[in-house]
Ligand binder design. Structure first.
Ligand SMILES: [Mg+2]
Length: 190
């Protein structure tokens, strides 16, 4: 049986990047950010520039990426989806020496990923698949546009957070934070 290919972003979809990042911002800049109060995906826009370098240094510190927590329920869903589709993890790295290797180990440990399933890079629109899940609107939009230009019938899922609720409907994009919606799309594919 032919199976579809599902491309998954990691931070903000499988891994809770926000909580420990917000803690660093609080420690460094004294600002208390909550998921409901950030207006956009790039919450660093709220942080004065003079604090950025220290924040990024701390997030790039060895062990920080490894310590990120998977969202509750994500592991079970991915385990289930693994038998129904080809999964690839498409994840943009932080500019830090150990980030990519820690991200690889993290996916192997928490999601039983193989190295072949892990694609580390920012040009997510270059990756082909049938479904794509990401919490950054521009990533989903660019991926859908590129896929359609190749003539592929695709669906992009914008993983819903308060910071992307200004999203206005676009063709081939569904905004949701429900795995059952994605599972159903995968099951109905083909
Ligand atoms: Mg993300």
């Amino acid at each position: 049986m032919k199976k579809p290919t599902l491309l998954l972003d990691v931070d903000g979809v499988l891994a809770d990047f926000f909580t420990p990042a917000a803690q660093i911002i609080f420690d460094v800049a004294g600002m208390k950010l909550t998921p409901d109060t950030i207006p956009s995906w790039d919450f660093f826009e709220l942080v004065p520039k003079k604090f950025h370098e220290e924040c990024w240094l701390r997030m790039g510190h060895p062990g920080w990426c490894s310590a990120l927590q998977p969202y509750e329920g994500a592991q079970e869903v991915i385990r289930r989806l693994s038998s129904k589709c080809h999964i690839y993890y498409v994840t943009a790295p932080l500019n830090a020496p150990l980030w990519s290797s820690e991200r690889t180990s993290w996916l192997q440990y928490h999601f039983e990923a193989t190295r072949d399933q892990i694609l580390i890079g920012s040009a997510k629109h270059l990756v082909r698949g049938h479904f794509f899940v990401d919490d950054r609107h521009s990533n989903v939009s660019e991926w859908v546009k590129a896929s359609k230009a190749w003539g592929n019938d695709v669906t992009g899922f914008l993983w819903a957070h308060p910071y992307n609720d200004s999203y206005e409907e676009e063709p081939n994009i569904i905004r949701t934070a429900r795995w059952d919606v994605i599972e159903q799309a995968v099951e109905e594919w083909g």
